[in-house]
Design a protein around this ligand. Sequence first.
Ligand SMILES: Cc1cc2nc3c(=O)[nH]c(=O)nc-3n(C[C@H](O)[C@H](O)[C@H](O)COP(=O)(O)O)c2cc1C
Length: 308
Amino acid sequence: MAVMNDILNVNLNGFMLQNPIMTASGTYGYTDEYDDFIDVAELGAIVTKAISLNPRVGNKHTRITETEAGMINSIGLENVGIQKFLQDKVPVLKSKKINYVVNLAGSTIDEYTKLAEICNDNQIKAAELNVSCPNVKSGCLEFGTDENSLYELVSAVRNVYNGFLIVKLTPNVTSIEKLGIAAEKAGANAVSAINTLKGSQIKINCSLGKISKTIITGGYSGMGIKPVAIGAVIRLSKVVNIPVIGIGGIRTLNDVLEFIAAGAEAVQIGTENFTHPDIAQKLVYELAEFITQNGFKNLEELKKELRK
Ligand SMILES: Cc1cc2nc3c(=O)[nH]c(=O)nc-3n(C[C@H](O)[C@H](O)[C@H](O)COP(=O)(O)O)c2cc1C
């Protein structure tokens, strides 16, 4: 059942979404992997798994572990590489009319710009620069934690890419505001926040008085990070003039409303997809129902009310 009208439409600084519910990179595959659960084409957009210039095999195990209020992952950007993505995945996205954003990851400015050039040549409408992955040894997070490096990187990408450019920010910094400002100055069309927090879990085993332990380190995501994400969105919204896309621990309609009140123009759902694969579509319906039941004309009117 489709949401039949346009009350949820979002104009994200030129990038049109039929609703503000997107899915977060790395939690939703590349295309229609969730089609058994929902009609993916009904979402605002999906963000692909991070794509690099060449295929990557990712990190060794253990790559995922559950925590009390979320999970820690250390996937290490395993992906099929840009050429296979263009060849195998883009045709599916097009034929199923799925609105999508390509999440791009690289180790050097050169790698990012080559990727962006390829996206430009292939008319990819929207890209999200992943400068915030904590699970790889070089690149990525190095750009996302230093405002000058980030400015240089985003400027270089902007020079070769004419599509909608989102810069995905990390919470693993003292001032996310400085990074947001640098991204905007360099020509980003939007920022998204947040990527995962650096975290570790220690699994302790005791057998006959001998302790053995396994330390799992990676990016922490899920419900436990929501307050950090809300805080980041509030601070970013005050200092940038481009849309902020909120990400982090979203599971319920109330979470979506909280992010919108904080200043988010759209949201991305991540970890929750793993336990409730239909959650993104459910939130689209719940948001539409909330708007009509409470007498708002559309999402824009609700946004104004939430931000008073
Ligand atoms: C298993 C897993 C893989 C992820 N892979 C990526 C990725 O490839 N690129 C990226 O920008 N973010 C990646 N992320 C981060 C998410 O997109 C999101 O920013 C983060 O998980 C916070 O949202 P959540 O709490 O709703 O999961 C990944 C997260 C998880 C859990």
